[in-house]
Design a protein around this ligand. Structure first.
Ligand code: ADP
Ligand code: AMP
Length: 217
């Protein structure tokens, strides 16, 4: 059983690595960012509340986010394991997650931090684009589709750039997330379940390193 957290600043490659992890290990991929974007698109109460924070690159309040994750972890597709991508992002969320995993009897097994330098992140985020149909993530510079204008995964032809990947918002997002980066790592380091991978390698090599960690014991 793998119950995994992927830690890393925006643009570190959590979503990209998740695609490969899901292909091999068939875990439920739980991205709080994706869940909020879906809630915003559907104009649900959570989506409307989250929008004011997300548009500015700030964090949605801890309690709101933790509740969303708890509901998601109750879904049956998490029974063979899950990846948390983008949660927790604060030590308060990490504490709330401790309670959630206890309540649901789904203990965390691994935490992997993907390390990437800030100047690389800024470049990556401004070049990120996403398939409208299946959500697969690409990059104009480092990771384009194999055939221009066609999604490798689903064959779709429509793509979009995230509103919060525009330069005005990216700067604040990185600042907000950076503050919590070290305390979060320390939290899981102390529990003895933290591993680190170098995220400034090709996506294939990043996955290879993650795979080595996941296939141990
Ligand atoms: P996160 O989910 O951590 O925010 P993404 O997986 O969306 O990050 O990746 C951010 C951007 O960087 C995307 O455009 C993606 O295609 C690209 N990317 C992801 N991993 C790598 C990598 N190892 N090397 C270069 N570019 C990458
Ligand atoms: P992401 O797709 O992970 O980059 O998340 C996009 C945005 O959603 C973030 O900038 C936050 O505003 C919000 N968000 C996602 N996950 C969380 C979280 N764990 N806590 C608070 N806000 C979050």
């Amino acid at each position: 059983m793998i119950n995994l957290i992927l830690l890393g600043l925006p643009g570190a490659g959590k979503g990209t690595a998740s695609e490969s992890i899901v292909d091999k290990y068939h875990l439920a991929h739980i991205s709080t960012g994706d869940m909020f974007r879906e809630a915003m698109a559907n104009e649900t109460p959570v989506g409307l509340e989250a929008k004011s924070y997300i548009d500015k690159g700030n964090l949605v309040p801890d309690e709101v986010t933790a509740k969303l994750v708890e509901e998601r972890l109750k879904q049956p597709d998490t029974k063979n394991g899950f990846i948390l991508d983008g949660f927790p992002r604060t030590t308060v969320q990490a504490e709330l997650l401790e309670d959630i995993t206890k309540r649901l009897d789904k203990p965390l097994t691994k935490v992997i931090a993907i390390d990437v330098d800030e100047d690389v992140l800024i470049k990556r985020l401004s070049a990120r684009y996403i398939c409208k149909n299946c959500g697969a993530t690409y990059n104009k510079i480092s990771n384009p589709t194999k055939v221009e204008g066609t999604c490798d995964r689903c064959g779709g032809h429509e793509f979009f750039q995230r509103e919060d990947d525009k330069p005005e918002v990216v700067k604040n997002r990185l600042e907000v997330n950076k503050k919590m980066n070290t305390p979060l790592r320390d939290f899981y380091e102390e529990k003895g379940i933290l591993s680190t991978v170098n995220g400034e390698q090709t996506p294939e090599k990043v996955f290879e390193d993650i795979d080595k960690i996941l296939s141990k014991d």
